[in-house]
Write a protein that binds this ligand. Structure first.
Ligand SMILES: [Zn+2]
Ligand SMILES: [Zn+2]
Length: 242
């Protein structure tokens, strides 16, 4: 494993996390395949149900993508970075684990087994499908039109998969051909800045496209004070079980 250039505290955290949480049967490739193929199957099935879509109904797609961008922003700025009752697991997995496994100085994963710390757990895809996407799509289906329901389902799952794929790309080794694409380099820099512990509580909460960061004024620019300079800033404690 290439550990060159990785700060010691990150290296120690990674070793501790792998030993404690990544079991011998875990496969990063299977995890990636489950997320990708599971999502694509739902998208394909939903699109196959469309019949004679009217121009106005197609607007469901950009509307869901805009909504998804705001939800991503609020979820990340809220419970993923602030411990909230009933959502403590999100805070633990994101702020206390993901942000210590990856910092702005060590953004790339080292092996397929580290994918566990990049993608959401498979059970979250099932939860997202069962508890969020399906009921909302069913409402659209019943109250607006069947096509809008199926387009809602396809777009919502499409957004989830976009999030997972782009976040995965942000944590690729920088020499990977996909990571070297100009658009990916730009998006990656946005996320890399967010992984700086002094900025993570205040800047760059979008993981896909920085639209909401721009709307809500949280896009970091050189010269803007970091979170460490502002009152109320906090950096997670360095204990594995916190
Ligand atoms: Zn990340
Ligand atoms: Zn974060």
């Amino acid at each position: 494993m290439a550990t060159q250039g990785i700060p010691e505290r990150v290296r120690d955290f990674r070793e501790g996390y792998r030993a404690k949480y990544v079991g011998p049967r875990y496969s990063g490739r299977a995890h990636f395949a489950f997320t990708s193929l599971g999502s694509l199957a739902v998208i394909g099935f939903s699109l196959s149900r469309l019949e004679g879509v009217r121009p106005l109904e197609w607007l469901t797609v950009p509307a869901v993508f805009l909504l998804g961008n705001v939800v991503e922003f609020l979820g990340h700025r809220g419970p993923m970075h602030h411990r909230r009752k009933g959502l403590g697991l999100l805070f633990q997995r994101h702020t206390e684990q993901h942000h210590r496994f990856f910092t702005h100085e060590a953004l790339a994963y080292e092996s397929a087994r580290d994918v566990k710390m990049v993608l959401f757990p498979p059970v979250l895809l099932l939860f997202f499908l069962g508890a969020i996407a399906t009921p909302l799509a069913a409402l659209c289906f019943a109250l607006v039109a069947p096509n809008v329901g199926w387009l809602f389902a396809a777009s919502a799952v499409g957004y989830y998969l976009t999030y997972e794929w782009l976040h995965f790309c942000h944590h690729l080794p920088p020499e990977h051909p996909v990571a070297r694409l100009p658009v990916m380099q730009r998006l990656r820099r946005h996320h890399q800045t967010h992984h700086d512990p002094s900025k993570m509580q205040r800047y760059n909460f979008n993981i896909t496209f920085p639209l909401s960061d721009w709307l809500f004024g949280t896009a970091w620019r050189p010269g803007v004070p970091s979170g460490a300079d502002l009152p109320g800033a906090s950096v997670p404690k360095p204990d594995l079980d916190a």
